[in-house]
Design a protein around this ligand. Sequence first.
Ligand SMILES: *[C@@H]1O[C@H](CO)[C@@H](O)[C@H](O)[C@H]1NC(C)=O
Ligand SMILES: *[C@@H]1O[C@H](CO)[C@@H](O)[C@H](O)[C@H]1NC(C)=O
Ligand SMILES: *[C@@H]1O[C@H](CO)[C@@H](O)[C@H](O)[C@H]1NC(C)=O
Ligand SMILES: *[C@@H]1O[C@H](CO)[C@@H](O)[C@H](O)[C@H]1NC(C)=O
Ligand SMILES: *[C@@H]1O[C@H](CO)[C@@H](O)[C@H](O)[C@H]1NC(C)=O
Ligand SMILES: *[C@@H]1O[C@H](CO)[C@@H](O)[C@H](O)[C@H]1NC(C)=O
Ligand SMILES: *[C@@H]1O[C@H](CO)[C@@H](O)[C@H](O)[C@H]1NC(C)=O
Ligand SMILES: *[C@@H]1O[C@H](CO)[C@@H](O)[C@H](O)[C@H]1NC(C)=O
Ligand SMILES: *[C@@H]1O[C@H](CO)[C@@H](O)[C@H](O)[C@H]1NC(C)=O
Ligand SMILES: *[C@@H]1O[C@H](CO)[C@@H](O)[C@H](O)[C@H]1NC(C)=O
Length: 373
Amino acid sequence: MDGHRWLLSTLTLVIFVSILFWIGEIDTLIKTGSKALFSAHLLSFGNSSVGNNTENVYLNASRRVAVDNLTEVGTTSDVVTSDRNGSVSSEEGNYYLTASFRGRLGNQMFQYAVLFATARANHAWIPLLKKCRRLNVLKNTFGRSLSISSANFTIVNATAVEGIVDADVMLKELRHLPKSNVLLEGYFESHKYFAHVKDDLRKEFTFPRPFRDEVSNYYKSVTPILWKDEPFVRVGIHVRRTTLITEERQKMGFIPRPPTYFTHAMEYFKQKYNRVQFIVTSDDLAWCKDNILGEHIAYSTHNYTIDLAILSLSDHIIISLGTFSWWAGWLCKGTTVYYGVMPPNDTYLGKVYNNNSCVPVPDDEYNHWVSII
Ligand SMILES: *[C@@H]1O[C@H](CO)[C@@H](O)[C@H](O)[C@H]1NC(C)=O
Ligand SMILES: *[C@@H]1O[C@H](CO)[C@@H](O)[C@H](O)[C@H]1NC(C)=O
Ligand SMILES: *[C@@H]1O[C@H](CO)[C@@H](O)[C@H](O)[C@H]1NC(C)=O
Ligand SMILES: *[C@@H]1O[C@H](CO)[C@@H](O)[C@H](O)[C@H]1NC(C)=O
Ligand SMILES: *[C@@H]1O[C@H](CO)[C@@H](O)[C@H](O)[C@H]1NC(C)=O
Ligand SMILES: *[C@@H]1O[C@H](CO)[C@@H](O)[C@H](O)[C@H]1NC(C)=O
Ligand SMILES: *[C@@H]1O[C@H](CO)[C@@H](O)[C@H](O)[C@H]1NC(C)=O
Ligand SMILES: *[C@@H]1O[C@H](CO)[C@@H](O)[C@H](O)[C@H]1NC(C)=O
Ligand SMILES: *[C@@H]1O[C@H](CO)[C@@H](O)[C@H](O)[C@H]1NC(C)=O
Ligand SMILES: *[C@@H]1O[C@H](CO)[C@@H](O)[C@H](O)[C@H]1NC(C)=O
């Protein structure tokens, strides 16, 4: 059999096998160990800001995937779970849509969000998460709230749509996907990608009950004694430092938020509300304890999952740097205070950063963003 026919018959098997996965014939598949491939060709839109990322092994100048070199996406076969209603149509015209997951929680939330939103805008594309250990970060944070199924499949020769920071360049492409399976690739760091499905996305990013319980117990435990029976406002503060404020990062345009920013932001809330409690979360609590001072401040020592829940369930929030901070701001129902100094124009971040892409339009109870210096 020549290579082309081999490929075709493999693909036919794949499509058949994929349908089986969805209708729940998982046991059979595990026994037969059939291969599931995700096949198409590779294109790219816009400029890649990740082209030099060594993890990104399968993007190259000719925009062709090297089949043997898909180290990130693995080479395995069986779909192990299908937590979605097993109703994938076998009609022609359906394609799969997946995203590669890179970075930590904040980046992964963007990658999940754009996958979710793009699938909603393109009904013939079925979203699918590639099973990989890295995704546990997302799954351990939101558990069963995430509705997109996971599968253990191989990506071969996929059409890659590359995310860039300026969402306007990308949005048109994401509304009209090429007629093939598609891999969303990169860092889609803008609310614009999912503005049309934000209510549903908030449901996807719901913390499991045990986490919410842990947060409300924590809130109770740090409530100032004299306010036990009084109404008061709780403001989360996220202070991102360490790896995002190294000398190298600063050269790229990441600005460490100065203590005065936090003082001014706290002042903003204290002037607005009678009683305000602040809860500080950070990757550098020692710095916070030296620099974020005043009355009614609690310093959280939880892990990042619980910290994200503490922040986003607060009444209002003061954010700092990085995608984790951004998401806490997006998830929080009240006012989100952000730092009003933009990255310098002559830096990497200054060039790719677009304030309009990052600051949501104020249009509901969530999106009131206020810039403070
Ligand atoms: C990749 O896609 C191209 C263009 O559709 C096709 O010619 C080629 O055979 C595909 N290769 C594989 C390995 O699927
Ligand atoms: C893409 O990169 C090229 C070269 O760096 C630049 O001239 C062009 O303006 C960029 N296009 C977009 C849409 O950013
Ligand atoms: C990307 O890699 C090329 C080739 O190694 C190098 O010349 C270039 O400076 C790199 N660009 C950045 C932004 O690191
Ligand atoms: C990209 O892949 C093509 C085809 O496999 C190869 O000829 C080319 O050298 C690769 N380019 C880079 C920059 O790796
Ligand atoms: C995979 O990568 C290795 C090392 O970069 C290279 O030698 C090999 O030719 C690549 N395989 C394919 C199929 O592109
Ligand atoms: C699954 O199907 C049942 C019965 O049709 C329906 O009630 C339920 O809402 C569906 N669940 C999802 C997640 O689509
Ligand atoms: C995918 O399946 C292979 C064997 O079929 C297994 O070795 C691997 O651990 C699975 N990966 C995940 C993430 O489940
Ligand atoms: C964070 O702590 C909670 C329990 O307090 C735990 O369930 C969760 O797995 C932890 N998350 C991480 C990333 O360690
Ligand atoms: C950022 O963009 C938002 C929304 O477009 C705008 O209201 C705000 O003034 C901008 N902030 C800065 C610091 O330019
Ligand atoms: C940076 O670039 C933006 C957009 O091109 C421009 O509006 C702004 O004035 C520039 N800022 C500085 C300090 O040059």
